[in-house]
Design a protein around this ligand. Structure first.
Ligand SMILES: Cc1ncc(COP(=O)(O)O)c(C=O)c1O
Length: 519
C-alpha cells in the first residue's frame, strides 16, 4: 500500500516562470476582423505600456496544468492522509455532498429569485433548520451566520436583544463569563457584542470550577459561554448544576457547538439546559474546510429566544395544489423581534445543501454512529500513546484528547513543535499544538470517526517511533521536517513578512526561484 509520504510530491521543480519563453501560448486566437485600436487613445494614462505590463509567464496549456497539479500535490489534505488537528474536525467529506450542491437547480439559483421559483431550496433550508433544532434539542434555528465565530456573534446579539426586551430597553447587562479553556473566538465574540469578558479558571481536572463560577455570577452577567465537551475533550459531568447556577442569576447559557461530533445522536445541548448554540456545519456536517471558507455557523435557540433570531428564516406555509398533489409553500420570514440580518441574503447555501445531504445519507443511526465512533477512535489513540506521552487529563475523553509535552521538553529539550514537525516526515498532518493554553506544551489530537483502524495504527506507530528518536537522538527533532518541500520556517517572520510572490532574479539572469526555495 502506498504510504502517505509517497503521495506527496516533495519537489523541487521549476516554477512556471522558469518555463516561460517568448512566444509560448496556450491557445492562438483566430484572426479578428475588428479593427485594432490604440489603447493609449482609448484609456490615456490608464493604458499600460509594454514595460509596465504584468510579467505573466508565456507558457503552454500543459505547462499550466502541470504547474497547478504539482502545487496541489505538494499540499497535505484529508484526502491524502490523517489530519488529527484537534478542535478542527478534519473528517472525510463524502463526495455525494459535492454532487448535491452542484446540481444546476441549486448551483444556478439567484438570491433575488421570487420564492415561488425557489421552493426546492427553501424546503431544503426549512428541513435543515428543523433537523438541526431536533439534533441539538432546541426550538428554532437561523441559518444566516457564515462561520462558527459569526454564529457566536449572532447568538450573543440575540441574547443581548432578549435582555434588553426583558428590561424595557434599559439593561443588556455587561458581562459574559467564559472558562479558561474557551476557544479564542469566544472572548473575541464577547467584545464584538459589546460585553466585558470574565474568565473563570478550570479546576485541576480541566473542568468548570463550580465554586469559582458561582463567585463570578451576578445579575450583571448576560451569558455564560461553554464548549461541551470542552476544549480538552472532556464532557462536563456537572453540566446540570453549572447551568442551574447560570440561570439562577437570570443569565443565558450559551453552548459553543462548533464541534458536535462527540455527542451527535447521543446527547443534546438543549436537553442539558443551554439556551443557545452555534454549530459549525463545515465541521460536524461535512463541508471541506481549513482553507478559509465558505462555512456556515447556524444558531439554534430555545423558545424564549426564538423571536429575536436573525432573519430571514424559512417558514412552512399552507399547502397549495401543485399538479396532482398538495404541497406546502415555503416562505421567508423575519422573527417578530429579530436582531435583523447578520449577512447578505440567506447564508452560505452550498454548505447547507452539503449538510442536508450528509444528514439524509447517514440517517439517525448513522449520525449516532458518528458520535460513538469519533469517541472510540480518540480513546483508542489515547490508550495507545499514554505510555510514551503524558496525557494532560487522564480519563475517558470525548472526540479529542490533549497530551502535554512538558516532561519530554524538561528531560530531552524537545518541544511539542519539534514533534509536530517530525510527524510531517512520517506523512501525518500534526495535531493542534499549544492550544488549549492552560496545558503546558499542549498537543491536541482529534482523529474523527472517518479514520480507518489501519491509519490510526500507522499514526500510533509514527508517534512511538518519534518517542524512540527523542530518547536516542533529540537533536534530530530540532531540524525536522526533512522531507517536505518547505523545511522548518521561522514562523514569526513567515507570519509577519510572508514572501508569497515570485520576483525576477536580480539583473534578469539565468538564476531562478524553484518551488523548494520559495520559503
Ligand atoms: C470550539 C470552537 N469554537 C469556535 C470556532 C470558530 O469557528 P469558525 O472558524 O468557523 O469561525 C472553532 C473553530 O475552530 C472552534 O473549534
Amino acid at each position: 500500500m502506498a504510504k502517505t509520504t509517497d503521495l506527496i510530491n516533495r519537489g523541487p521543480r521549476a516554477t512556471i516562470y522558469d518555463l516561460s519563453a517568448p512566444g509560448r501560448r496556450c491557445l492562438t486566437a483566430p484572426a479578428t476582423d475588428i479593427p485594432a485600436l490604440d489603447a493609449l487613445l482609448l484609456f490615456g494614462d490608464y493604458a499600460s505600456t509594454d514595460d509596465q505590463a504584468p510579467q505573466l509567464p508565456a507558457v503552454t496549456e500543459v505547462d499550466i496544468m502541470r504547474h497547478y497539479a504539482h502545487l496541489a500535490s505538494m499540499n497535505f489534505a484529508v484526502d491524502i492522509g490523517m489530519y488529527p488537528l484537534g478542535s478542527c474536525t478534519m473528517k472525510y467529506n463524502p463526495r455525494v455532498n459535492e454532487d448535491a450542491c452542484r446540481l444546476p437547480g441549486f448551483a444556478n439559483l439567484h438570491p433575488y429569485q421570487p420564492p415561488e421559483s425557489a421552493q426546492g431550496a427553501l424546503r431544503l433550508m426549512y428541513e435543515l433548520q428543523e433537523d438541526l433544532a431536533k439534533l441539538s434539542g432546541f426550538a428554532a434555528t437561523s441559518l444566516q451566520p457564515s462561520a462558527g465565530a459569526h454564529g457566536e456573534y449572532a447568538a450573543l446579539m440575540t441574547i443581548r436583544a432578549a435582555h434588553l426586551a426583558a428590561s424595557g430597553g434599559k439593561n443588556a447587562r455587561s458581562k459574559v463569563i467564559i472558562p479558561d479553556t474557551a476557544h479564542g473566538t469566544n472572548p473575541a465574540t464577547v467584545t464584538m457584542a459589546g460585553y466585558e469578558t470574565v474568565t473563570v479558571a478550570s479546576n485541576a481536572e480541566g473542568l468548570i470550577d463550580l465554586d469559582a463560577l458561582r463567585e463570578a455570577l451576578d445579575e450583571d452577567v448576560a451569558a455564560f459561554m461553554l464548549t461541551n465537551p470542552n476544549t480538552v475533550g472532556i464532557f462536563e459531568p456537572r453540566i446540570l448544576e453549572v447551568l442551574e447556577a447560570v440561570h439562577a442569576v437570570g443569565a443565558y447559557a450559551y453552548c459553543d457547538g462548533a464541534n458536535l461530533n462527540a455527542i451527535l445522536g447521543v446527547a443534546r445541548p438543549g436537553d442539558m439546559g443551554f439556551d443557545a448554540l452555534h454549530i459549525n456545519l463545515h465541521k460536524t456536517f461535512s463541508t471541506p474546510h481549513g482553507g478559509g471558507g465558505p462555512g456556515a455557523g447556524p444558531i439554534c435557540v430555545s423558545e424564549e429566544l426564538s423571536a429575536f433570531l436573525p432573519g430571514p428564516i424559512v417558514e412552512k406555509g399552507e399547502c397549495v395544489q401543485s399538479g396532482d398533489s398538495d404541497e406546502a409553500f415555503y416562505t421567508l420570514a423575519v422573527p417578530e423581534h429579530s436582531i435583523g440580518r447578520v449577512r447578505s441574503f440567506y447564508g452560505n447555501f452550498g454548505v447547507m445543501v452539503r449538510a442536508w445531504t450528509y444528514i439524509r445519507a447517514l440517517g439517525a443511526e448513522g449520525l449516532r454512529a458518528v458520535g460513538q465512533q469519533s469517541v472510540l477512535s480518540a480513546n483508542y489513540l489515547r490508550k495507545c500513546l499514554e505510555e510514551r506521552y503524558q496525557v494532560a487529563y487522564d480519563r475517558i475523553c470525548m472526540h479529542e484528547f490533549v497530551l502535554t509535552g512538558a516532561p519530554i521538553r524538561d528531560t530531552y529539550g524537545v518541544r511539542t513543535l519539534d514533534i509536530a514537525k517530525r510527524l510531517l516526515d512520517y506523512g501525518f498532518h500534526p495535531p493542534t499544538v499549544y492550544f488549549p493554553l492552560l496545558v503546558d506544551e499542549a498537543m491536541m489530537i482529534e482523529p474523527t470517526e472517518t479514520e480507518p483502524l489501519h491509519d490510526l495504527d500507522a499514526f500510533v506507530e509514527a508517534m512511538l517511533t518519534i518517542a524512540d528518536e527523542i530518547e536516542r537522538d533529540p537533536d534530530l527533532l530540532h531540524d525536522a521536517p526533512y522531507t517536505t518541500p518547505v523545511r522548518r520556517l521561522d514562523e514569526a517572520v513567515a507570519a509577519r513578512t510572508p514572501d508569497l510572490r515570485w520576483t525576477p532574479p536580480e539583473g534578469g539572469g539565468e538564476e531562478s526561484n524553484t518551488s523548494a526555495d520559495s520559503d
